[in-house]
Unconditional design. Structure first.
Length: 457
């Protein structure tokens, strides 16, 4: 690995970057970095002894990180090539690596359990990490969300050489990895601003499967429209909710609980109970348990781990659970994720009025998948749309939340500003309120929750 005693992060506040920063700090490296805005994550990193600044200013780089022979620079694709610190590091011949390149090096040093897919990868990888960590097997893990079991996005182990990694296809990042075992959960079109076509997007996943080590395993969801390119010796297994080498049977849903039996190639493990009881987590759980089982986690450890799994912040994150009002938050930002999220909540709260609050994420995604978004959002009883969250993008003429709202068939629909949404918690007849999106919608939840709870008294 091309590493030096100092590691400097450009974009240190990102969920993946912060996990890497914590990893290297724990391994004894000096760590510092830049991010555009302070956040709960950056504040936590600072409290852990990591120096961070929030202005793109070369003079703010700490003095001991200014020597090319002592420092490696790690950056996220969200950082523009024109930012002054990036330009300065390159001009002064520093080794500059993408986050994914560093993760790739880690997978060559340890046994990488890499979870990929358009959706489901954060929940599946976090479930897998918990199953391994609470068992006799253990693991290291770089997570794409904050685990509610551990309140962190990084797990470390002194005794295990397994490392769970969320394999992100954005910017072709997952093609730097060398998986020991890989999961492919879904290949629904996304990131077409990067890949160009659906065919190219799926070809990226096929190339990813070619990187699995010859002694490794591919676990792929049954029926995905790709043709894996496996090296000789790689074992292939399939999974889904109800068919494949690994699947669930005898599914029981009621009273806010979900039980099922877990079918493996050689045994059936009865009475698995989901700690986060939403229907979509049956399939996520099957994938996570399959990889854990293949790495030696016992039946009793699987039962205990699935029951004690608390979820990921912003993935079916319950804030209020009552007979009068339910408030939950989910990170869904792709049409198929939205569909799964809405259908899962409907199954759990059958017969109750479901209000979906959605903040579209990215102009290009909204433009490219508008009809699919409209179809998924039409499953709600009531729909509230916020403005599109731009992230790294500039506006595209004609691509707006109003354009999306016009396509939705739900009669009870409206556009709200953020302030209007918060104020509505004082008077609107919310029953089950599902807030979804990958932008900054979650920042409104504490105030909305406080106002809704006042009405419960």
């Amino acid at each position: 690995m091309i590493l030096k005693k100092n590691i400097y992060f450009l974009g240190i506040g990102g969920i993946g970057m912060s996990a890497l920063a914590r990893y290297f700090k724990a391994k004894g490296f000096s760590v510092a970095g830049y991010d555009r805005t302070p956040s709960a994550l950056t504040k936590a990193l600072e409290q852990e002894g990591i120096l961070i600044h929030y202005e793109d200013d070369v003079n703010k780089i700490p003095s001991n990180f200014r020597k090319p022979d002592e420092t490696v620079v790690v950056f996220t694709p969200a950082v523009p090539a024109t930012m002054s610190e990036m330009v300065w590091f390159k001009e002064h011949q520093f080794i500059v690596q993408k986050r994914s390149q560093i993760l790739g090096e880690i997978t060559r040093m340890q046994k990488g359990l890499c979870v990929s897919g358009t959706h489901g990868k954060t929940t599946t990888s976090t479930m897998l990490s918990h199953l391994l960590h609470q068992s006799s097997v253990d693991c290291n893990a770089f997570l794409g969300g904050i685990s509610k079991n551990y309140q962190t996005n990084l797990l470390l182990s002194d005794k295990s050489d397994l490392v769970v990694i969320e394999a992100d296809e954005f910017d072709h990042s997952f093609l730097t990895l060398s998986p020991y075992m890989a999961v492919v959960t879904a290949v629904d079109a996304d990131h077409l601003d990067i890949y160009g076509t659906v065919e190219a997007y799926r070809a990226g996943f096929e190339e990813f499967t070619s990187l699995i080590r010859p002694d490794g395993v591919l676990l792929i969801k049954e029926g995905l429209p790709i043709h894996p390119r496996l090296q000789k010796g790689v074992k292939r297994y399939t999974y889904s909710v109800d068919k494949g080498d690994f699947h669930a049977t005898n599914i029981r849903i009621g009273n806010g609980e979900i039980f099922f039996d877990f079918v493996t190639p050689s045994e059936v493990i009865k009475d698995i109970q989901l700690g986060v009881p939403v229907y979509v987590n049956i399939e996520n759980g099957v994938a996570a348990m399959a990889i854990a089982w293949l790495n030696g986690v016992s039946a009793d450890e699987l039962r205990a781990g699935m029951l004690s799994y608390s979820g990921v912040k912003r993935r079916f994150d319950f804030h209020i659970k009552s007979d009068k009002i339910v408030l939950l938050d989910d990170y869904a930002h792709h049409p198929n994720e939205l569909k799964s999220s809405i259908e899962s909540v409907r199954r759990l709260y059958e017969g109750r009025k479901l209000t979906v609050v959605f903040q579209p994420h990215l102009y290009t995604r909204t433009r490219d998948l508008a009809d699919d978004f409209a179809s998924a959002l039409s499953l709600a009883d009531e729909l509230i749309l916020l403005d599109i969250y731009p992230a790294r993008e500039k506006p595209i003429p004609g691509v707006t939340s109003q354009m999306l709202l016009d396509k939705v068939s739900v009669s009870n629909k409206r556009l709200f500003s953020k302030d209007e949404l918060v104020a509505s918690a004082d008077y609107h007849d919310y029953d089950v309120m599902l807030m979804v999106g990958a932008g900054d919608l979650d920042l409104l939840i504490p105030e909305i929750e406080q106002r809704l709870r006042k009405r419960l008294k």
